[in-house]
Design a protein around this ligand. Structure first.
Ligand SMILES: [Zn+2]
Ligand SMILES: [Zn+2]
Length: 334
C-alpha cells in the first residue's frame, strides 16, 4: 500500500541518482552528450555495472525500507550505500529441520550436510550411522541401544557446541540451535555500495559475504574442519542454512530457497547481493547447465546484468571465491 508506493518512489529516486552518477563524475565536469555515451559499444566492465536493485528484495524480508547513506568501502572509497536491514529469517519459507532425532528417520526429518569434499549428504538417520565409516571409529552420534541421535536440543547445549572450541560434553553430537533462543531472528544491517567499485586485485571473502533476497545472511564457508575435529555435524536445513548464537540464521549454500526472481532470458536466477554490490545468481541456468566462463571469484559479465557472480554448488561449501569489488559492511543490530 503506502509502503509499496514509498518503495517505488525510492526506487525511482535511486534510478535518477544512478543515471546522474553515470552521466558524469560531478556537475562541474565537462558534459558529454548522452547519446554519445549510450551508443558507445565498448564492452568494458564499468559500462555495464548495474548494481543492486532494492525492488528485488521481498518486502517481508526487510525490517524497514531500504534507504541510502554515506559509507566508506574496504578500499577507502567514500560513496553512497544502500542501507538494508533484514529481519534475519527467510520471509518465504520455514527454517529447519536440521538434525534427525532417530537413526530410523528419513530425509524429510533432517536437513543436509556438506564438508567441502564434493558431496551433498541428506541428513537422515542412515547418514548419522554412516559418519563412523566416513569420519572414523571414534564417531558415535547416536545411542546404540535406543537409536536416538545425540542432538543439542537446549540453548545451553547449542551454545556450548556452536563455538570453535566445542565443549567436550557436546562432542559426538548433531548440532542445532533454535531461532526462538534469539528473538525469532537476528536483525542485521548491510551497507552495500549503490555503484560497485571494481578492484584491480580481488579481496578475500569474509565471514559474511552478502544478503539474500528473502532476508537471510549469505555467509562464507562453514568452518567444517573445526566442526569435524569435535566429532560434530553442524546440520544445515534443506535451504543450506543453520543458526548460530551470533548471527542467527544464515546460509552456507544456495539450494534454491532465495531464487525469488526468475530470469526471463534463461540466465540463472538472482538470489542476492554480495557486500561489494554485485549480484549473486544461482549456479545453473534455466536448462540446468553451468556454462559460464567464470573468473576466480566466480564472476563474469554480460550486457544485461553487468558484472555478477554465480554461486558454487552446496557440496563446495562456498558461494563466491572472492570479492571483485570493494566491500561495504555488515553489522548485527543488537
Ligand atoms: Zn554457519
Ligand atoms: Zn551470469
Amino acid at each position: 500500500m503506502n509502503k509499496k508506493e514509498t518503495r517505488y518512489l525510492l526506487g525511482a529516486a535511486l534510478l535518477i541518482l544512478t543515471l546522474v552518477a553515470c552521466g558524469g563524475s560531478d556537475s562541474s565536469s565537462t558534459v558529454d552528450t548522452d547519446t554519445t555515451s549510450a551508443s558507445d559499444t565498448d564492452n568494458t566492465q564499468s559500462d555495464t555495472q548495474l548494481g543492486l536493485d532494492p525492488d528485488n528484495f521481498l518486502t517481508d524480508a526487510l525490517a524497514q525500507d531500504i534507504s541510502t547513506t554515506s559509507c566508506t568501502l574496504s578500499d577507502g572509497t567514500e560513496t553512497q550505500c544502500y542501507e538494508i536491514v533484514i529481519n534475519g529469517v527467510p520471509s518465504n519459507n520455514e527454517i529447519g529441520p536440521f538434525c534427525p532425532t532417530h537413526i530410523d528417520d528419513d530425509e524429510t526429518q533432517g536437513g543436509v550436510w556438506f564438508d567441502g569434499s564434493g558431496e551433498l549428504y541428506q541428513l537422515d538417520g542412515e547418514f548419522i550411522v554412516y559418519t563412523k565409516t566416513l569420519y572414523g571409529d571414534d564417531w558415535q552420534l547416536y545411542d546404540e541401544t535406543t537409536g536416538e541421535v545425540y542432538v543439542t536440543d537446549t540453548q545451553v547445549a547449542c551454545e556450548a557446541a556452536a563455538r570453535p572450541d566445542v565443549d567436550p560434553e557436546y562432542q559426538n553430537h548433531c548440532v542445532q540451535c533454535d531461532i526462538e533462543y534469539y528473538n525469532g531472528g537476528v536483525q542485521q544491517t548491510f551497507l552495500i555500495p549503490v555503484t560497485p567499485v571494481a578492484l584491480s586485485n580481488p579481496e578475500q571473502v569474509s565471514a559474511d559475504i552478502g544478503v539474500a533476497l528473502n532476508g537471510v545472511v549469505i555467509a562464507g564457508p562453514a568452518p567444517v574442519s573445526d566442526i569435524l575435529a569435535a566429532n560434530t555435524i553442524a546440520a544445515f536445513d534443506d535451504c543450506g542454512g543453520h543458526i548460530n548464537p551470533v548471527e542467527g540464521y544464515h546460509y552456507h549454500a544456495a539450494l534454491g530457497c532465495s531464487d525469488v526472481i526468475t530470469s526471463v532470458d534463461g540466465h540463472a536466477n538472482l538470489i542476492g547481493y554480495a557486500l561489494d554490490g554485485y549480484g549473486i545468481y544461482a549456479m545453473l541456468n534455466s536448462t540446468g547447465e553451468e556454462d559460464y566462463d567464470l573468473d576466480e571469484c566466480r564472476g563474469h559479465s554480460d550486457d544485461t546484468r553487468g558484472y555478477h557472480y554465480h554461486a558454487a554448488s552446496a557440496a563446495e561449501n562456498m558461494f563466491i571465491g572472492c570479492y571483485s569489488g570493494a566491500q561495504g559492511s555488515i553489522e548485527v543490530a543488537q
